[in-house]
Design a protein around this ligand. Sequence first.
Ligand code: ARG
Length: 593
Amino acid sequence: ELAAAEHGLESVKRKLCRLVASSLSATVPGLDVETILEVSKAGFGDYQCNNAMSLFSSLRGSSDTNFQNPRAIGQAILNNLPPSDIVESTSVAGPGYVNIVISSDWIAQRIQHMLIYGIKTWAPTLPIKRAVVDFSSPNIAKEMHVGHLRSTIIGDTVARMFEFANIEVLRRNHVGDWGTQFGMLIEFLFEQFPNWEEVGNQAIGDLQSFYKASKEKFDNKESDFKVKAQQAVVRLQQGEERYRAAWKKICEISRDEFESVYKRLGVELEEKGESFYNPYILPVLEELTKKGLVTEDKGAQIILIEGQSALIVVKKDGGFNYASTDLAALWYRLNVEKAELIVYLTDVGQKLHFHKLFSAASMAGWLPDQNEYPKTSHVGFGLVLGLDGKRFRTRCTEVVRLVDLLDEAKSQCKAQLIERLTENGKIADWTNDELDRTSEAIGLGAVKYADLKNNRLTNYTFSFEKMLSDKGNTAVYLQYAHARICSIVEKASKDIDELTTKASITFIHADERALGLHVIRFQEVLEQACTDLFPHYLCDYLYSLSEAFSKFYTSCQVVGSPEETSRLLLCQATAVVMRQCFNLLGITPVYKL
Ligand code: ARG
């Protein structure tokens, strides 16, 4: 194991899967069966292999089987398990479940190994080296709404999970910076700010109101504004300098606004907006036409998709659209950026668009069969709802200003924190700056966690009260749990680094072992979260980890007990894993609370 440190280790589940797979091929030679291994629910073991039952049904009727019942197969699977230092004991239960108990010594060693060589040794192993994560992707001059906030938060976590798994991630902000709305915006800029080249970005002010006002003008049938705007689009697309410059200016103002949100959230993104792919559209469409995929339909160019409406790639007026841009972007990501996995984070409402896009790419021969790379995946998410069950809005404006939302979370956190510290007489130990940084970390973490903890496919209800509660599955609760562990370790005033190499971990109490087992499961949970692209697996894990810790801490004395050093190491390992989870979720951990 020590030799494997640099390359990281194999997760517990993967190790067990290999053992079980080897047993299965000895038990039913020649049969290609997928191992079914899961964490035990019944409490007989730590993991259970469930292959016996389905194997029995598939063998039934074949003449050369000697198995009388599924349980007999279970027994054979057990007998054929290769010996391993990871397994403490095995048993067959019920109709044929094979229970596996992991060796306590092995768990302890694995934890100690991680403490010595770092959490990186528990990075998941995934079969790819480079991925594109297309997330956030707001539209210029239109509002960056809570949907984009979801995309930003979930996308950042997906990117962080991949990065931790040693995948090179191209974090792409596919901003809507191209399209017909720019004619209107440019024309409006010329009208409202004749000296627009000189005025600072600030003067133009809020782009949302700017967009709204120009749209009103555009929709007014009396004025000739609409015609002018349409001409402006053409002039922009022909590359006329004044129009390019105005377009650039509008994009810049939006960009400043977006940047402030990203900075606040600690999210890194590289903008490659729709305009970037514009030069690639024509050649890509030519390729698809040559391959016979593009047909004409009432003046538009379309790609027929089996079982779905067609994908329009050139509009009737000859213009390109969202789909043509996405085809070009996909081509670029596959051929120039050589990404093996390309994931897109948008609300589930765009599911069909991506389904059609990926189908077209498969028909073009860009994507291989389902189980091979490169792969594409639409990571959809539900709506953000307000407490009234409708789309989330604030009282005064139609949309929620993201920065205001974050400010609100922070200020509520601060009030809460001050109240708590005043109550328990600790307020004097805190500087203003500490209070501020802590509330920022907890508040922003709470907003992120409230979003990430749900299965992303469902709608989620935005509630400050719920997300800022210090009870239940919230970031606030978890921050407290983590800070408490840190203070236990600190109070012992032992050199923890020295302990890590000199002392060793042993499990005496059942709750202690249960915590240890949960700690080492981090890697396989993360692996599954990366495979299924479900960050909430990680949140569920983090929450149950803190519960396992509470249970341990209730039944086992740490400081001052004969087991102190071993237990301190277990505390430390729990804190390290919790921090790594926070990190992957984009949450800044707090050490003192
Ligand atoms: N700008 C789009 C929107 O706000 C999202 C873009 C997602 N990415 C993509 N490649 N289509 O809905």
